[in-house]
Design a protein around this ligand. Structure first.
Ligand SMILES: C[S@@+](CC[C@H](N)C(=O)[O-])C[C@H]1O[C@@H](n2cnc3c(N)ncnc32)[C@H](O)[C@@H]1O
Length: 160
């Protein structure tokens, strides 16, 4: 909602299958409708597979479920298959942003994007990955992570 309000000429699709999260969004949209925002309350992979190739300027993956235990890492949303999905639907030069408070997931994503080959990490200096995105409003999950003493990382890649 924040991004769609800021950029009324850009179309956004908000994806979240968690019923309570989507219900909050619908309540807020009921009070303040946004013509440039659509929502999808199911698995993001279904939406990604439905979208035409090179149809998106950007994808934001904000605090995906962390699966911190090593034996669960394979459940993480960032995977070869999902990076293939992102690579298919992003336009050349399109942006993939990934925020997480879990160090092992940040490393995981950096390595997965490097190995995948279609994404270039955009950090230009060491401090970059701890710098929130411009105009970043934060998320509910992020606020809790910070309260609990974890430090978020904000990665940006471009589709080659
Ligand atoms: C840790 S929460 C973060 C929620 C929110 N982005 C935030 O930062 O406050 C991760 C969210 O990812 C959603 N999620 C998990 N798998 C998903 C999938 N395959 N497609 C879309 N959303 C998914 C979950 O429903 C959950 O609400």
């Amino acid at each position: 909602m924040h991004r769609a309000t800021e950029a009324p000429a850009t179309g956004f699709i908000g994806v979240e299958p968690f019923v309570n999260g989507m219900a909050k969004m619908m309540t807020a949209l009921g009070k303040r409708p946004l013509a440039n925002l659509r929502v999808y309350d199911d698995d993001a992979t279904r939406l990604l597979d439905w979208l035409p190739p090179a149809s998106l300027d950007g994808i934001d993956l904000l605090y995906p479920d962390p699966w911190p235990k090593k034996k669960h890492w394979k459940r993480r949303f960032v995977s070869r298959a999902n990076l293939d999905r992102f690579a298919r639907v992003l336009k050349a030069g399109g942006r993939f942003r990934f925020a997480s408070d879990i160090d092992s997931y940040v490393n995981w994503t950096l390595l997965a994007c490097r190995d995948h080959g279609a994404f270039a990490w955009q950090a230009s200096e060491a401090a970059d990955w701890h710098k929130p995105y411009e105009g970043w409003p934060g998320t509910r999950y992020e606020a809790k992570a910070i309260r609990e003493g974890r430090r978020p990382a904000y990665l940006t890649f471009t589709r080659k």
